[in-house]
Design a binder for this molecule. Structure first.
Ligand SMILES: Nc1ncnc2c1ncn2[C@@H]1O[C@H](COP(=O)(O)OP(=O)(O)OP(=O)(O)O)[C@@H](O)[C@H]1O
Ligand SMILES: CC(=O)N[C@H]1[C@@H]2OC[C@@H](O2)[C@@H](O)[C@@H]1O[C@H](C)C(=O)O
Length: 388
């Protein structure tokens, strides 16, 4: 169970996250403040660092994720190699903050998802926790998702637990949206009413946009910087309607989760070919695919606007940098759309910081899953612990 931590009101920790975009490891050094009941009431970022993956490492991970190209020997080795990368990222963020590893109460690592199969209750996040604990000599917790799945959950998204803890507004319902590779939401009713929250993945975030950009530019651009390419194009509304209509994931109600298994490179290749055969320019294709992300978010959120009294949207993840996505979301949802910074949180490092909070709950033996967002049948304390 727990308790692995000395009782205190403040804990310094590192949260580590590498998401579906494969752009690198986000490491957030945070100070967590705990109230008398043991709940985290503040998560302040002291320092954030992104350690980009080398092209070679990115390719190794992409190969591991691809059924045709992966093999068990490579995955076995990558698990250890990534564990060392995660450890190095933790050391780097601590060093850059001017602190030492001895200042840390713990490290909490999401790992790298290589495969996610919610329909069979299986998921795999790699980045060996023993490597992190032994290299850094710090208590380490991680590998959260399988535990939620073992009680019937999707194992994702996990962020809504922390959104509910830290970001409810007294009078207003809020949409907390993350646009990373995938997009996921937490829909929070006002704290003054006892209606539940709802969460889940809404579908693609940047993943199809990134892949299409790479295909269209022959690898010169791997994302649509600022959304400039999409902004210069025209949406093909008929094609967009067909794409939305043909996507069975979008028809499923929340809670639900998805990944690169569905929104894959092959899908992006098909979309680019289809767009070209419709006579569209690269800009038009990018605009339409970016609107696919916007529409899928809108369609997941809209049914709950009245029920939960949702009034505004706060966006984290790299998608917050894409002005096309941000502006279109505002128009489609009819609500003001802000960056997470409005709530005092870095858009870039929010997920890494969230995993530090989840880790603290695990180390105290307390539940840290949100069945409203994963569909789990019961509350569990997710995560595995390795002593230094
Ligand atoms: N300046 C920018 N303009 C447009 N898009 C950007 C910009 N910076 C980052 N992005 C997008 O954000 C993506 C990275 O987002 P993020 O790091 O939040 O994803 P992730 O954490 O890997 O994914 P997930 O949350 O799905 O696991 C990039 O791949 C890119 O598409
Ligand atoms: C299986 C997996 O790694 N899922 C990620 C992914 O990236 C975004 C979305 O899909 C979300 O479900 C989840 O990550 C965030 C951090 C979460 O669990 O809340």
């Amino acid at each position: 169970m727990g308790d692995y931590l000395v009782p205190a009101t403040t804990y310094m920790a590192v949260g580590l996250m590498s998401g579906t975009s494969l752009d690198g490891i986000d490491a957030a050094l945070v100070e967590l403040k705990v109230d008398g009941k043991g709940d985290v009431h503040s998560c302040e970022q002291v320092k954030g660092v992104t350690v980009p993956f080398s092209a070679g490492r990115k390719e190794q991970i992409e190969n591991a994720m691809d059924i045709e190209r992966s093999n068990i020997r490579d995955i076995c080795e990558l698990n250890v190699v990534l564990g060392r990368d995660f450890a190095a990222a933790a050391e780097r963020v601590v060093k850059e903050s001017g602190r030492t590893m001895a200042d840390l109460a713990f490290i909490s690592s999401h790992g790298q998802t290589v495969y996610h199969m919610p329909e069979t209750g299986a998921t795999l996040q790699i980045g060996e926790l023993s490597e992190i604990a032994k290299q850094t000599n710090v208590l380490t917790v991680g590998d959260f998702r399988p535990c939620d799945m073992s009680v019937g959950g999707e194992g994702a998204p996990l962020v809504p637990f922390v959104d509910h803890l830290l970001f409810r507004h007294q009078e207003k319902g809020r949409v907390l949206l993350n646009i990373g590779g995938m997009a996921n939401v937490t829909l929070l009713s006002p704290a003054s009413v006892s209606r539940p929250m709802i969460g889940g993945d809404t579908g693609p975030g940047n993943v199809l946009i990134d892949q299409c950009m790479a295909i269209l530019t022959g690898g010169k651009h791997t994302y649509d910087r600022g959304g400039a390419y999409a902004s210069a194009g025209q949406v093909d509304h008929l094609w967009l309607d067909n794409l939305i209509e043909g996507d069975s994931f979008l028809k499923k109600p929340l809670p639900k989760s998805t990944g690169r298994e569905r929104y894959s490179r092959e899908m992006a290749e098909r979309l680019v070919e289809e767009g070209k055969s419709r006579g569209l320019s690269g800009e038009d294709i990018t605009a339409t695919i970016s609107s696919y992300t916007v529409r899928s978010i809108r369609d997941a959120v809209t049914p709950f606007i009245g029920q939960l009294g949702l009034e505004d949207v706060f966006v984290g993840g790299g998608g917050a940098e894409n002005h096309y996505l941000m502006e279109e979301l505002g128009k489609e949802l009819g609500m003001p759309v802000y960056r997470m910074e409005e709530l005092g949180v870095s858009s870039e490092f929010k997920e890494a910081a969230v995993f530090a909070v989840l880790g603290l709950y695990r180390l105290k033996g307390r539940p840290n899953n949100a069945p409203e967002a994963t569909g789990a049948k019961k509350l569990v304390s997710m995560g595995k612990v390795v002593l230094p």
